[in-house]
Design a protein around this ligand. Structure first.
Ligand SMILES: C[C@H](O)[C@H](O)[C@@H](O)C(=O)CO
Ligand SMILES: [Mn+2]
Length: 430
């Protein structure tokens, strides 16, 4: 069946269809060439943890904990940093436009075990060299889960000061790694702090853990670091598996903390009530925080971290950023981990979808829509928005891929299938 897949790379056809598409868009006053140049420059931060089911490379690492779960047992999980980098290289070659890589602290490289609070930039030089060569920026995260000292569901808010101090020290060490990334690569590293802290059942005291959390976070960020190297972000959550009744860093806590400390707020698409969408939170929260970090994900019934689709919410996220002129204040990161399909393909599907949504947003007739809105002509506004859905943006996407030297259409799948046959299928589960 796969061999019958028609190749999309008939360059002449792609170019000629693109020419007609440009004419259609120019009737709406849209400069397609200009849109493609803007699109190239928007970085998407790919999350390293899709490649290995969020396990990392610590010596003697235990299972994934913290109320998150990667389900599925598709063969080929990366077991070493070299394998993960090779997988990322293949994935990135299928994706047009600027890319970054988002690392967690557990993706360090060291022959000897390294305690979380003892991580240093030298444990990440393999990643920095890789990033330098590929001209991609790096982002970072302390890993406050999958550890004996997070086993009872509390880290920075733990009632035991010694446990809190351990996690404070880990987050402080992580900031140094992050600043090193930013300084060495010449592009700021966004360091996202996600804490799993919560309770399975009803707490008797909701205040104390939040007070301890705020104090601990203050200790973490006390040392001022230059923003051209490092930016702090805090991520909220609604609930975790086994932590269903109480989450210390809730939406309100994170928003209040980020606003009052002038740091970035991380909005994860899977971390709100099922009918809430982060697209509507972009314009609200940007009134009060300097920048946002997005964890673009796809919740299915719960925070299930499914691969991102080109669905209405993804499109709404992209449109909000572009229409709001907020590209320089929104850091776009991805957060999904699907172990039930080829993991490299998962990256490619999700990241290409994010960029497709950005392309469609850049081809939006914003001026005309705003004019209709200002004139209270909501009929024209709605009619135009609907018309844009069937405009030939797919022809522009194909040309974009062709002109940026990445596979057109489904042509990206074959190299990944070959890699699966020759490399991934030979990896034995560690
Ligand atoms: C591994 C990530 O840090 C994690 O997914 C976090 O961002 C999150 O979303 C937890 O639900
Ligand atoms: Mn997240």
């Amino acid at each position: 069946m796969r061999d019958q897949q028609p190749s999309m790379t008939d360059n002449k056809t792609i170019e000629s269809v693109y020419g007609s598409a440009c004419e259609r868009f120019s009737a709406f006053g849209i400069d397609v060439e200009g849109a493609l140049e803007r699109l190239d420059a928007i970085p998407i931060s790919m999350h390293c943890w899709q490649g290995d089911d969020v396990l990392g490379f610590e010596k003697g690492a235990g299972p994934l904990t913290g109320g998150i779960q990667a389900t599925g047992n598709y063969p080929g999980r990366a077991r070493t940093a070299d394998e993960l980098r090779a997988d990322l290289d293949l994935a990135m070659a299928q994706i047009p436009g600027a890319k970054r890589l988002n690392l967690h602290a557990i993706y360090l490289e060291s022959e000897a075990p390294v305690a979380r609070e003892a991580i240093e930039p030298r444990h990440f030089t393999g990643w920095v060299d890789w990033a330098k060569e590929r001209k991609v920026g790096l982002d970072f995260n302390p890993t406050c889960f999958s550890h004996p000292l997070s086993a009872d569901g509390m880290t920075l808010s733990h009632p035991d000061a010694a446990v809190r101090d351990f996690w404070i020290a880990h987050c402080q060490a992580s900031r140094k790694v992050s600043a090193f990334f930013g300084e060495t690569l010449g592009t700021p590293s966004v360091m996202n702090i996600w804490l799993p802290d919560g309770m399975k059942d009803l707490p008797a005291d909701r205040f104390a853990p939040r007070e301890r959390m705020a104090d601990a976070l203050d200790a973490v960020i006390a040392d001022k670091l230059p923003r051209e190297h490092h930016k702090d972000a805090i991520e909220s959550k609604l609930f975790g598996l086994g932590l269903e009744s109480y989450t210390v860093v809730s939406g309100e806590f994170a928003l209040g903390y980020a606003t009052s400390r002038d740091i970035l707020l991380c909005l994860d698409a899977g971390h709100f009530h099922p009918t809430e969408v982060i697209s509507d939170k972009i314009s609200s929260t940007l009134q009060f925080v300097p920048e946002l970090l997005l964890h673009v994900s796809r919740p299915v019934r719960w925070d299930s971290d499914h691969v991102v689709l080109l669905d209405d919410e993804l499109q709404a996220i992209a449109v909000e950023i572009v229409r709001g002129g907020a590209l320089d204040r929104v850091n776009i990161g991805l957060d999904f981990f699907d172990a039930s399909i080829n993991r490299v393909a998962a990256w490619v599907i999700g990241t290409r979808n994010m960029r497709k949504a950005l392309l469609r947003a850049l081809l939006d007739p914003t001026t005309a829509l705003r004019k209709a809105e200002a004139e209270r002509d909501f009929t024209t506004r709605l009619a135009t928005m609907e018309e844009m859905k069937s405009m030939p943006w797919g022809a522009v996407w194909d040309f974009y891929c062709l002109s940026r030297n990445v596979p057109v259409g489904l042509d990206w799948l074959e190299p990944i299938r070959t890699y699966e046959r020759t490399v991934l299928s030979k990896r034995k589960a560690a």
